[in-house]
Design a protein around this ligand. Structure first.
Ligand code: SF4
Length: 305
């Protein structure tokens, strides 16, 4: 368990007027590999904390095990570097006990989509008011190049040297298929402005906000997103007033598709990539019951009737 620095723990009147800056949220120097996409995700997240002026002592980052799960060590908020695959149950406990806290969950693809898959499904169904970031690089990086559930079929690794045998799981489709799903988005670490807006939208969503971040691992999956990084024509941006719009990308990213995030059927269709990497908000629904609210309410919410 990591704690904010002592100077950040006091919550007297002086803190109410305090303006938090990105420097206030930064902690130890991040020790991911040079060029690792995790660095960009950390910076985008710090920007969101600053934009929303989240007090560090009211904010918690929970992670599992993996490269990205070092996240809590690099932030001066509360943090819980948990157990492999168990970030979501830990975060659920935090949120149920302290619904006043801002809870973020950081998981890798091995963490969330393999050993943690059961928790992922039920966290989506419980629809607790928190943000879940899936940093998906298609490999177990910390354990040095093992096939993960999102590794592309045929990709060689130390555990499957002749190539991944099975086709990869689709985290977007899987999440969109769960009862009570309320927010699903996808972004890429090479588009920091889009990533920032997406994490911000996720934080502002009331309910369980699942964000898949396509994350580059220059050590073991160098080529995974390289085509899309070099050729904006391989990317399609989902745009809508209720989604994420980034005007600074308009000139370069010409492939744009109007998609109303309220349309679940369309979201499920678009989750199948069809040769393109689609980025944006696939689905958003704030009318669904949020578990940390409904469990304190004796009657059924109107959405359940
Ligand atoms: Fe990042 Fe890959 Fe290095 Fe892990 S092994 S820190 S995911 S570049």
């Amino acid at each position: 368990m990591t704690e904010p620095g002592c100077s950040l723990l006091s919550s007297g009147p002086a803190d109410e007027d305090r303006e938090w800056t990105m420097e206030d949220y930064a902690s130890a120097l991040a020790r991911w590999c040079p060029g690792c996409g995790d660095h960009a995700v950390l910076t985008a997240t710090e920007r969101v904390l600053e934009t929303e002026q989240l007090p560090p002592e009211q904010t918690v980052f929970v992670s599992g095990i993996g490269c990205s799960s070092r996240f809590p060590h690099y932030l001066r908020t509360y943090g819980f570097h948990g157990v492999h695959g168990r970030a979501l149950p830990i975060a659920t406990g935090v949120k149920l006990r302290r619904p006043d806290l801002h809870v973020f969950v950081v998981m890798g693809d091995g963490d969330c989509c393999s050993i943690g898959a059961g928790h992922w499904i039920h966290a989506t169904r419980y629809n607790l008011d928190m943000v879940a970031l899936l940093l998906d690089n298609g490999v177990y990086g910390l354990t040095k190049n093992q096939t993960s559930p999102t590794s592309p079929q045929g990709k060689p690794s130390n555990t499957q040297p002749r190539g991944a045998i099975l086709p990869p799981i689709n985290p977007l489709s899987a999440t969109l298929g769960v009862t009570n799903v309320s927010f699903v988005a996808q972004t890429g670490d090479w588009l920091p402005a889009h990533m920032y807006e997406t994490i911000l939208a996720a934080y502002r969503h009331r309910g369980f906000a699942f964000v898949r971040i396509l994350q580059r691992c220059p050590q073991y999956t160098t080529d995974l997103f390289e085509g899309a990084v070099r050729d904006p024509g391989l990317v399609e941006l989902l745009v809508h007033p209720d989604g994420v719009t980034v005007p600074s990308l308009d000139r370069i990213y010409k492939n744009r598709r109007e998609h109303d995030p309220a349309d679940l059927d369309a979201a499920r269709r678009l989750a199948e990539p069809e040769g393109k990497i689609r980025l944006g908000v696939f689905y958003r629904n704030e009318t669904l019951p949020v578990y940390d609210e409904t469990r304190r309410t004796p009657t059924l919410s109107s959405a359940q009737k």
